[in-house]
Design a protein around this ligand. Sequence first.
Ligand code: GLY
Length: 357
Amino acid sequence: MHHPDVCIAGAGIIGLSLALELHHRGVRVTVLDQATPLAEASTAAAGMLAARDPHNPPQLRPLAELSLSLYPDFLDRLHILSGMRVPFQTLATLQAIPPNVPNTSGELTLKDLAHLRPALNPGDHRFILLDEYSLDPRQLATALLAAVRTTTIDLRPNTKVLYTRPVDNSVEVSTPAGIIHAANFVDCTGAWASTTSHLPNIRVTPKKGQMLSVSLPPSFALKLVVRTPDIYIVPRTSGPNSSRAIIGATIEDAGFDKTVHSADIAHLSTLAAALLPPLAHAPQLEAWAGLRPATSDGLPLLGALPTHPNHFLATGHYRDGILLAPATAHVMTQLLSGEAPSIDLEPFSPTRTRITP
Ligand code: GLY
């Protein structure tokens, strides 16, 4: 019988970041993954740390800002453990703002955009320049996994959780390889959380996102993210994927299907080229799909199940799992340690019923 302090289900960026934070505090951690660590949404993502996207739910802001503030230390720790430095790829985002948002001091006029022409075709969009970073989630995943492997964290791929049940003040976690008794269990299975945990009020459903990468023409050195409600273009400026751009993404209800449809990819390419005409002839390199873990109010689920105080959830990060990983690891470690969390977690309570748009 195996008796870790904390058993985490889901070796994505949320589960492994939490495992590292707990391990740092001296907690004995086992992480189970039904298949391959970091193979799902964590590496399908574009990597925008979009804490100030005006389309985010406002209740997300304190968690997002906390995560931004923790990111430098998080990357430093990965560097110390793995020897791998994960660089920021971009330092700014050109963001189309919704028509009902009044002018702000950050709004760009066509004159300000002049130096970006002829690359940008703004159409009807008004843009602001956001102080926003992005990174390459594939680089992040490589460093995170290498960091975890330098520790005593017990990482078990291909180990699905069959069921969990409360036993006294602990959780029995059943897997095909046997039973694990953990003082606490944390469900970090992302889009699969509704199959791993009995969620009380708010379910987690997969929202499929198809996307592609293209090779940027040598004459078009894009150095910032360009984003409208319909499309985003995220350049990689350093590392193994430099000189390419990620273009995304569809948002679909397709269950757990990850089929890539050429018509959808072509539509994304067309939207991107309408916004940035130099992309019209950019050769496509890859196309893929990921499954975002979505809740009905767009906010994550962070906390214990009301029926079982040792069974926690850290899932439902929807479009912001990369951004929110350090803060999620931080506040979940506080909860698991019986400490008051750094921010109010009420908006993320698994028992909430209020559905906000
Ligand atoms: N985080 C980008 C997306 O969800 O498409």
